[in-house]
Ligand binder design. Structure first.
Ligand SMILES: CC(C)(COP(=O)(O)OP(=O)(O)OC[C@H]1O[C@@H](n2cnc3c(N)ncnc32)[C@H](O)[C@@H]1OP(=O)(O)O)[C@@H](O)C(=O)NCCC(=O)NCCS
Length: 206
């Protein structure tokens, strides 16, 4: 196992942990890995997973799947952006979802301790195995490793499964935006969340 490979939904931040079946679905092996390359079939599988998530209605901004070369270019581009860290989730060895940590750019000293969790999805065929929780926890671990102390995210109000995952993991809703996204001829509300990742004593001010 590579040093940065993190296994299972239960011990995602423990590199020593070994693969295990989720109790809900015996036999399914959930693995989550921070990755700097998409080798072998990984890029193709990631594109497939993103395509079906988009078709299902949750595609990090895309409303319909782009041509394959555009989707491939997107993921290759992600790997090139210094501020982005890509986390890949697999179900029984097949890429089934992902999430990203976006660190602040170097010039943004005022927000140097704040990151963004973004581009989070699990392919419909891989839902219900705990992969979602593992992906979010892996992004949080990456954020802590980068010295960040707070993680922001935003989500369409209609993405109820995602909201459940975030709230179960301790994300606190601080706002909503009625003109967050334009879909099917109308505005959709977006919700904004933050999670304190710990660290130095927090003093919140207006
Ligand atoms: C969000 C997403 C990654 C979650 O993955 P998942 O594998 O479905 O997650 P889980 O199966 O662990 O379900 C998460 C929780 O939502 C609950 N849930 C299921 N259906 C639900 C619904 N309609 N409303 C609210 N909660 C629901 C599950 O019961 C589970 O809670 P539990 O652990 O207490 O049982 C996945 O559904 C997805 O990719 N959705 C589309 C993309 C998206 O919304 N991304 C987030 C945008 S920021």
């Amino acid at each position: 196992m590579e040093a940065d490979e993190l296994m299972t939904s239960r011990a995602v931040d423990s590199p020593e942990s070994t693969p295990e079946s989720t109790p809900e679905r015996p036999g399914a092996e959930v693995t989550v890995k921070r990755t700097a390359e998409l080798a072998g079939s990984a890029l193709h599988e990631l594109c497939d997973a993103a395509d079906v998530a988009i078709l299902d209605g949750g595609g990090f901004g895309w409303l319909s799947p782009p041509p394959r070369h555009v989707m491939e270019a997107y993921w290759k581009g992600v790997l090139l952006v210094p501020e982005r860290e890509l986390v890949i989730g697999r179900l029984d060895g097949v890429v089934a979802g992902s999430a990203q940590l976006m660190r602040p750019p170097k010039n943004n000293e005022a927000q140097a301790l704040t990151g963004q969790l973004t581009t989070f999805f699990v392919a419909p065929w891989a839902r219900g195995y705990g992969l979602a929780r593992s992906l979010v926890l892996a992004v949080e671990a990456a954020a802590r490793d980068a010295g960040l102390r707070a993680l922001n995210l935003d989500v369409r109000k209609t993405q109820e499964r995602a909201i459940t995952v975030y709230e179960q993991l301790g994300y606190q809703r601080w706002g909503s935006h009625p003109r967050y996204a334009w879909i099917d001829g109308r505005w959709h509300t977006g919700l904004y969340y933050v999670k304190d990742l710990g660290g130095a004593h927090e003093t919140l001010s207006a």
